[in-house]
Design a protein around this ligand. Structure first.
Ligand SMILES: [Cu+2]
Length: 144
């Protein structure tokens, strides 16, 4: 009785191990093709999908009063803060808007920070500013 059970158990074990083994093989093949697809995709991402912008904050001023981005594109905005005090980058529909479309983290310099956000879907002129110094540090964010 015990021997029969042990034999049955071993048969089940062998069956399960065989199943796991074949699944693992399939999984590896899928991972390989997924990785290859992703690598090919990343090549086009850099050129087509993400817009890289730069902005310098120095003496409580931005070096640009206009930034541009295509509608609906992912934006990687790298801000260099050359001041020892904190600055931010935030995007608003209009200069007097209360609710930001994107509110960036504040950080002190000298340092860099890259903000990631998506440009508005609707073309037009939006407003960017440092939320700490909104009167001194501001500009137009033009979406095309
Ligand atoms: Cu500021």
């Amino acid at each position: 009785m015990n021997l029969a059970r042990t034999a049955a158990l071993m048969l089940v074990l062998v069956f399960v191990i065989t199943l796991l083994g074949s699944c693992g093989g399939d999984g590896n093949d899928k991972n390989k093709s997924a990785t290859a697809t992703q690598a090919a995709g990343q090549g086009s991402d850099g050129a087509d999908e993400e817009i890289k912008l730069t902005l310098v904050a120095e003496n409580t001023k931005f070096d640009k009063t206009t930034l541009e981005a295509p509608a609906g594109k992912d934006v990687a905005l790298t801000m260099e803060n050359k001041d020892s005090i904190e600055h931010t980058f935030s995007l608003y529909p209009l200069a007097d808007s209360k609710d930001p479309l994107f509110a960036g983290q504040r950080f002190a310099g000298p340092s860099f920070l890259t903000y990631g956000f998506t440009a508005p879907e609707t073309p037009g002129t939006y407003h960017f500013q440092c939320d700490i110094h909104p009167n001194a540090m501001k500009g137009d964010f033009v979406v095309k």
